[in-house]
Design a protein around this ligand. Sequence first.
Ligand code: UDP
Length: 255
Amino acid sequence: MSKKKMLYDGKAKTIFEGPTPDTVIQYFKDDATANNAEKHAIIDGKGVLNNSISDFLMRRIQEIGIPTHYIKKINMREQLVKKVEIIPVEFVVRNIAAGSIVKRLGLKEGEVFKNPLIEYYLKRDDLGDPFINEDHIINFKWGTREELEEMQEYGLRINDFLRGLFLGVGLKLVDFKIEFGRHFSDEHDGVLLLADEISPDNCRLWDIKTNNKYDKDLFRQELGGLKEAYQEVAERLKILPEKKKYSSFKTEIVK
Ligand code: UDP
């Protein structure tokens, strides 16, 4: 673990101060949580896999011209990223019905939406991340109208791009959650960047033939095999050269 000063300890990542005032280090932990941290386990090796998967996806997203906080992967568990002030909104894009929307609207799991659906949730663990709409974001000044429009544009472009990328490796992108932040530096004043991570912790990925799950629902629904599934996502994306390297991971349930 980094010896640098800790700035924030989150559920799946710890943030440390970076080498310059406008950067931070994201450390990927092995902790898995669900139901607002009611369920918690340590899944040995998850952080290493998510660091690699998120590193790969952030770089690809940057290549299509979407500004991200990503700078570089430092080691197995750490990334150097631009420091941002996180916009307190979880931005969800859905292509297929799964998870909370199935319950909320009485949908059939697996129903394919005619168009991608954007949803917003307030980032407030103490309130259980409530569902919010655009008016809430503007009225309560969690984001400006310009930021909201930019987030929508980026979110839909990321969705189109990732859908194609995952389809190419036999996976359906069911839905995902992203977060944005404002970066302040000598050159920029509050520029909107894609932040956080993109990994099977915050996407739903189903096999195109079997509909088998390759994401955190394996943990949420206690189906098991999460580490192996994340490993397979990394292998399919050709970012995991050696299968053997991960074969000694154990899954230990903490509570
Ligand atoms: N998601 C996330 N963090 C959250 C809530 C949701 O990363 O705190 C992701 C989740 O993995 C899924 C998408 O956002 O890919 C939509 O999640 P949903 O609203 O269905 O929530 P859940 O079923 O997790 O309650």
